[in-house]
Design a binder for this molecule. Structure first.
Ligand code: JDN
Length: 239
Protein backbone atom coordinates (compact mmCIF):
# COMPACT_ATOMS: atom_id res chain seq x y z
CA UNK A 1 0.00 0.00 0.00
CA UNK A 2 1.20 3.51 -0.83
CA UNK A 3 0.63 6.39 1.57
CA UNK A 4 1.46 10.00 0.70
CA UNK A 5 1.37 12.64 3.43
CA UNK A 6 1.27 16.36 2.67
CA UNK A 7 2.22 18.65 5.55
CA UNK A 8 4.01 21.90 6.40
CA UNK A 9 5.89 19.95 9.10
CA UNK A 10 7.43 16.92 7.35
CA UNK A 11 9.73 16.34 10.38
CA UNK A 12 6.60 15.70 12.45
CA UNK A 13 6.20 12.42 10.55
CA UNK A 14 9.65 11.08 11.47
CA UNK A 15 8.18 8.55 13.97
CA UNK A 16 6.40 6.92 11.04
CA UNK A 17 9.72 5.33 10.08
CA UNK A 18 10.27 3.66 13.48
CA UNK A 19 9.36 0.24 14.82
CA UNK A 20 6.50 -1.62 13.16
CA UNK A 21 5.96 1.05 10.49
CA UNK A 22 9.69 1.23 9.73
CA UNK A 23 9.78 -2.53 9.19
CA UNK A 24 6.76 -2.39 6.88
CA UNK A 25 8.53 0.31 4.84
CA UNK A 26 11.81 -1.65 4.69
CA UNK A 27 9.91 -4.79 3.66
CA UNK A 28 8.18 -2.85 0.87
CA UNK A 29 4.69 -3.61 2.21
CA UNK A 30 4.19 0.09 2.87
CA UNK A 31 5.48 2.86 0.60
CA UNK A 32 5.55 6.12 2.52
CA UNK A 33 6.06 9.48 0.80
CA UNK A 34 6.12 12.64 2.91
CA UNK A 35 5.79 15.97 1.06
CA UNK A 36 6.40 19.53 2.27
CA UNK A 37 3.42 21.65 1.20
CA UNK A 38 5.69 24.72 1.01
CA UNK A 39 7.40 23.15 -2.02
CA UNK A 40 4.24 24.21 -3.92
CA UNK A 41 4.15 27.81 -2.66
CA UNK A 42 4.95 30.32 -5.40
CA UNK A 43 6.07 33.52 -3.65
CA UNK A 44 9.47 34.18 -2.11
CA UNK A 45 8.06 33.87 1.41
CA UNK A 46 6.60 30.45 0.51
CA UNK A 47 3.16 31.55 1.77
CA UNK A 48 0.60 28.77 2.20
CA UNK A 49 -2.17 30.57 4.14
CA UNK A 50 -4.25 33.75 4.20
CA UNK A 51 -6.98 35.44 6.27
CA UNK A 52 -10.46 33.88 6.28
CA UNK A 53 -13.23 35.39 4.14
CA UNK A 54 -16.09 36.51 6.37
CA UNK A 55 -13.65 37.36 9.15
CA UNK A 56 -12.77 35.46 12.29
CA UNK A 57 -9.58 34.36 14.01
CA UNK A 58 -6.59 32.58 12.50
CA UNK A 59 -5.60 31.73 8.98
CA UNK A 60 -6.89 29.37 6.28
CA UNK A 61 -4.71 27.32 3.95
CA UNK A 62 -4.84 28.50 0.34
CA UNK A 63 -6.62 26.36 -2.28
CA UNK A 64 -4.16 27.22 -5.09
CA UNK A 65 -1.16 25.83 -3.16
CA UNK A 66 -3.03 22.68 -2.09
CA UNK A 67 -4.45 22.26 -5.61
CA UNK A 68 -1.04 22.28 -7.29
CA UNK A 69 0.43 19.94 -4.65
CA UNK A 70 -2.37 17.40 -5.06
CA UNK A 71 -2.31 17.67 -8.89
CA UNK A 72 1.41 16.85 -8.89
CA UNK A 73 1.21 14.06 -6.32
CA UNK A 74 -1.82 12.42 -7.95
CA UNK A 75 -0.15 12.16 -11.39
CA UNK A 76 0.30 8.48 -12.14
CA UNK A 77 -1.48 7.30 -8.98
CA UNK A 78 -4.45 4.93 -9.35
CA UNK A 79 -7.85 6.65 -9.73
CA UNK A 80 -9.10 4.75 -6.66
CA UNK A 81 -6.52 6.50 -4.46
CA UNK A 82 -8.38 8.00 -1.50
CA UNK A 83 -7.81 11.52 -0.20
CA UNK A 84 -8.08 11.55 3.59
CA UNK A 85 -8.33 14.83 5.51
CA UNK A 86 -8.03 14.74 9.31
CA UNK A 87 -10.26 17.38 10.88
CA UNK A 88 -12.27 17.56 14.11
CA UNK A 89 -15.27 18.23 11.84
CA UNK A 90 -14.91 14.87 10.05
CA UNK A 91 -16.68 11.51 10.17
CA UNK A 92 -15.50 9.36 13.12
CA UNK A 93 -12.52 7.16 12.21
CA UNK A 94 -13.10 3.68 13.65
CA UNK A 95 -11.66 0.18 13.38
CA UNK A 96 -14.33 -0.41 10.66
CA UNK A 97 -12.76 2.44 8.65
CA UNK A 98 -9.29 0.96 9.19
CA UNK A 99 -10.45 -2.40 7.81
CA UNK A 100 -11.76 -0.65 4.67
CA UNK A 101 -8.66 1.49 4.04
CA UNK A 102 -6.37 -1.54 4.22
CA UNK A 103 -8.03 -2.75 0.99
CA UNK A 104 -7.29 0.38 -1.10
CA UNK A 105 -4.11 0.80 -3.23
CA UNK A 106 -3.20 4.19 -1.82
CA UNK A 107 -4.16 7.09 0.39
CA UNK A 108 -3.09 10.74 0.38
CA UNK A 109 -3.28 12.27 3.85
CA UNK A 110 -3.74 16.04 3.68
CA UNK A 111 -2.63 17.64 6.95
CA UNK A 112 -4.21 20.99 7.72
CA UNK A 113 -2.89 23.55 10.19
CA UNK A 114 -4.37 26.82 11.52
CA UNK A 115 -8.14 26.98 10.95
CA UNK A 116 -8.04 24.38 8.18
CA UNK A 117 -7.95 24.13 4.38
CA UNK A 118 -10.15 26.11 1.94
CA UNK A 119 -13.19 23.86 1.40
CA UNK A 120 -13.10 24.30 -2.40
CA UNK A 121 -10.08 21.98 -2.52
CA UNK A 122 -12.35 19.07 -1.47
CA UNK A 123 -15.20 20.20 -3.76
CA UNK A 124 -12.72 20.17 -6.64
CA UNK A 125 -10.89 16.90 -5.97
CA UNK A 126 -14.12 15.27 -4.83
CA UNK A 127 -15.21 15.20 -8.47
CA UNK A 128 -12.39 12.83 -9.43
CA UNK A 129 -11.49 11.09 -6.15
CA UNK A 130 -13.09 9.92 -2.94
CA UNK A 131 -12.33 12.58 -0.32
CA UNK A 132 -12.89 11.51 3.30
CA UNK A 133 -12.81 14.09 6.09
CA UNK A 134 -12.12 12.05 9.21
CA UNK A 135 -12.03 12.76 12.96
CA UNK A 136 -9.93 10.52 15.21
CA UNK A 137 -11.84 11.64 18.32
CA UNK A 138 -13.73 14.42 20.04
CA UNK A 139 -10.84 16.73 20.87
CA UNK A 140 -8.95 19.35 18.89
CA UNK A 141 -5.33 18.95 17.79
CA UNK A 142 -3.16 21.74 16.40
CA UNK A 143 -3.12 20.14 12.96
CA UNK A 144 -3.63 16.92 11.04
CA UNK A 145 -0.12 15.45 11.50
CA UNK A 146 -0.70 13.45 14.68
CA UNK A 147 -4.05 12.21 13.35
CA UNK A 148 -2.22 11.09 10.20
CA UNK A 149 0.23 9.10 12.34
CA UNK A 150 -2.74 7.47 14.05
CA UNK A 151 -4.26 6.62 10.67
CA UNK A 152 -0.96 5.28 9.38
CA UNK A 153 -0.26 3.02 12.35
CA UNK A 154 -3.82 1.70 12.56
CA UNK A 155 -3.89 0.80 8.85
CA UNK A 156 -0.29 -0.43 8.50
CA UNK A 157 -0.58 -2.96 11.32
CA UNK A 158 -3.33 -4.74 9.35
CA UNK A 159 -1.23 -5.03 6.18
CA UNK A 160 -0.26 -8.62 5.36
CA UNK A 161 2.97 -9.58 7.10
CA UNK A 162 3.28 -6.43 9.23
CA UNK A 163 2.03 -7.70 12.57
CA UNK A 164 4.35 -10.33 14.04
CA UNK A 165 1.52 -12.45 15.34
CA UNK A 166 -1.30 -12.35 12.77
CA UNK A 167 -3.75 -13.65 15.36
CA UNK A 168 -3.39 -10.78 17.78
CA UNK A 169 -5.12 -8.29 15.46
CA UNK A 170 -8.22 -10.50 15.47
CA UNK A 171 -8.33 -10.34 19.25
CA UNK A 172 -8.07 -6.56 19.55
CA UNK A 173 -10.61 -4.41 21.22
CA UNK A 174 -13.12 -3.46 18.50
CA UNK A 175 -11.98 -6.23 16.13
CA UNK A 176 -14.89 -7.42 14.00
CA UNK A 177 -14.36 -11.07 14.91
CA UNK A 178 -14.69 -10.27 18.59
CA UNK A 179 -18.07 -10.88 20.24
CA UNK A 180 -20.10 -7.78 19.51
CA UNK A 181 -17.02 -5.57 19.01
CA UNK A 182 -16.47 -5.38 22.75
CA UNK A 183 -13.31 -4.27 24.57
CA UNK A 184 -10.45 -6.60 25.42
CA UNK A 185 -10.29 -7.72 29.01
CA UNK A 186 -7.23 -7.66 31.32
CA UNK A 187 -4.03 -9.57 30.54
CA UNK A 188 -1.37 -11.09 32.84
CA UNK A 189 2.11 -12.58 32.64
CA UNK A 190 4.81 -13.87 34.97
CA UNK A 191 5.43 -13.75 37.86
CA UNK A 192 2.30 -15.54 39.01
CA UNK A 193 2.41 -13.64 42.30
CA UNK A 194 3.59 -10.02 42.37
CA UNK A 195 3.51 -7.66 45.38
CA UNK A 196 0.86 -9.83 46.98
CA UNK A 197 -1.34 -9.87 43.86
CA UNK A 198 -2.04 -13.21 42.18
CA UNK A 199 -2.95 -13.91 38.57
CA UNK A 200 -6.62 -15.07 38.40
CA UNK A 201 -6.47 -18.83 39.04
CA UNK A 202 -8.65 -19.69 36.03
CA UNK A 203 -5.82 -18.50 33.74
CA UNK A 204 -3.41 -21.07 35.18
CA UNK A 205 -6.02 -23.86 35.42
CA UNK A 206 -5.21 -25.29 31.97
CA UNK A 207 -8.94 -25.44 31.19
CA UNK A 208 -9.15 -23.62 27.82
CA UNK A 209 -12.96 -23.60 27.85
CA UNK A 210 -13.05 -21.96 31.27
CA UNK A 211 -10.37 -19.48 30.21
CA UNK A 212 -12.41 -18.51 27.13
CA UNK A 213 -15.63 -17.96 29.08
CA UNK A 214 -13.81 -15.99 31.82
CA UNK A 215 -12.28 -13.73 29.18
CA UNK A 216 -15.68 -13.24 27.53
CA UNK A 217 -17.27 -12.18 30.81
CA UNK A 218 -14.38 -9.84 31.69
CA UNK A 219 -14.73 -8.31 28.23
CA UNK A 220 -18.45 -7.73 28.76
CA UNK A 221 -17.86 -6.27 32.23
CA UNK A 222 -15.17 -3.86 31.04
CA UNK A 223 -17.25 -2.76 28.05
CA UNK A 224 -20.27 -2.01 30.25
CA UNK A 225 -18.09 -0.04 32.67
CA UNK A 226 -15.83 1.90 30.28
CA UNK A 227 -18.00 2.11 27.19
CA UNK A 228 -21.70 1.96 28.02
CA UNK A 229 -22.28 3.36 24.51
CA UNK A 230 -20.97 0.05 23.07
CA UNK A 231 -22.88 -2.08 25.55
CA UNK A 232 -26.03 -2.23 23.46
CA UNK A 233 -24.16 -3.17 20.27
CA UNK A 234 -25.11 -6.61 19.08
CA UNK A 235 -23.32 -8.51 16.28
CA UNK A 236 -26.28 -8.18 13.88
CA UNK A 237 -26.24 -4.38 14.32
CA UNK A 238 -22.67 -4.14 13.15
CA UNK A 239 -21.23 -3.71 9.70
O1 JDN B 1 -7.96 17.27 15.54
B1 JDN B 1 -7.54 17.29 14.23
O2 JDN B 1 -7.56 16.16 13.44
C1 JDN B 1 -7.19 18.66 13.63
C2 JDN B 1 -7.00 18.85 12.28
C3 JDN B 1 -6.73 20.14 11.84
C4 JDN B 1 -6.65 21.19 12.70
C5 JDN B 1 -6.82 20.99 14.04
C6 JDN B 1 -7.10 19.72 14.49
N1 JDN B 1 -6.37 22.32 11.99
C7 JDN B 1 -6.32 22.03 10.73
C8 JDN B 1 -6.53 20.68 10.58
Amino acid sequence: MRIDIVTVFPEYLAPARLSLLGKAITAGTLQLHVHDLRDWATDRHRTIDDTPFGGGPGMVMRPDVWGQALDDILVGLPSDTRIVVPTPAGVPFTQRSVEQYVEVPGVILACGRYEGIDERVWEHFGERFAVDQISIGDYVLAGGEVASLVFLEAVARLLPGVLGNEESALDDSFAKQRTGGALEGPVYTKPRSWRGLDVPTVLVSGDHGKVASWRASESTRRTARNRPDLGSLRPEDQE
